[in-house]
Design a protein. Sequence first.
Lengths: 203, 197
Amino acid sequence: MTDKVLSPPDHVEPVVFSRDQLDWLPWLEPMAEQDLTARHMAGLVDAARAKSPYFRLLARDPEVLEARTRTDKDIFYNPEAGLPRAERELAAAVTSRFNGCIYCASVHARFAATYSKRAHDIDRLLADGVAADLDARWNAIVAASVALTSTPIVFGPEHVDGLRKVGLDDASIVDVINAASFFNWANRLMLSLGEPAAPPAKS
Amino acid sequence: MTDVIDTLAAIAPGSPLDAVRNMRPQARLQAQASHDSLFEPVSEADANKLERFAIACFVAGLHEQPQIAAFYGKGLVPAEAPAMLQAAIGAAVAAAKVAGPYGRYRKGPLSIEDQTGPVHRIAAPTREVLGPRLAAAFEHAHMLVFHPRDSAPSYLQALLDAGWSTTGIVVISQLVAFLAYQIRVVAGLRVLNARPA
């Protein structure tokens, strides 16, 4: 088969940031489920991901997918020390908001809202962008994530001082660095290999 | 085994930041495994090592990280890069620097946040040296680095037209996106390392 760009089926394109559950439609052909070998399944890490067109597309390079997935899980799910999960998710949502990844922002805004129980603040971040005034601690995490996400990177000692001032220790600061940096990886894949689709309007 | 992030961020074994990094042992190990799988790949069928290191040099240069660019530049030598290629990468970087993230949203309420910026084209003399595959990869990498929200199927079509396979596009997309991560972790850890509590 000749490699080609896919035309996604008719769908509703989301035009705002939200916490909605979105779909994602690939622009390149994912691997077919029946073609996934043991090597590809190892790359997917969770067998359930074989249902996802995004992960089946990335499974074309299973070694990097596996390493990427395991990096992701430790940065966000490892409960030992560092930043609370809610604030790692905040850094992911901020990064996605700033880069303009509506899909990634929706997923991590949901997590951030769930774990922090501050849905209203997360919704203000989504609506108003990274300049939203949340509170001193969250503003410092937002500022650090934005500085890390800018190209060239403008993260400097003032951001470290700002994070320390609101109570973050070095393990927590490293979590902010890891979470924001990781979403500079994730956003670029999600944005460039396909597009988000909103759930069909309820009639 | 060398950990590239430690090397580039100058984190010494036994130092306080070494201990902090060890609190996320899988993240540390798997960031290195990601690096290894991209730069010591199982298969070069869809993207060879010379192409991978050339793209890495370009991406590090776009981030204005000369030390990281030099690190990847060392990979060009065993990959048998001609001297002309190294000069062309330097010229490509010098011609390509802007500041991101910029880009447009789909027409709607977010359009007021649109920020215009260049869609980069590699200059003809540089393109001559890079060849069509690398020139297309560099143009795509520039978009991914500076204005990823401008992504569209036409960018992928340009890569296919230049001879990249679907799998090759996945590989170089992972490569550029991974570097966007690795370079930020290094930059962040360097700042923290220089600012002990």
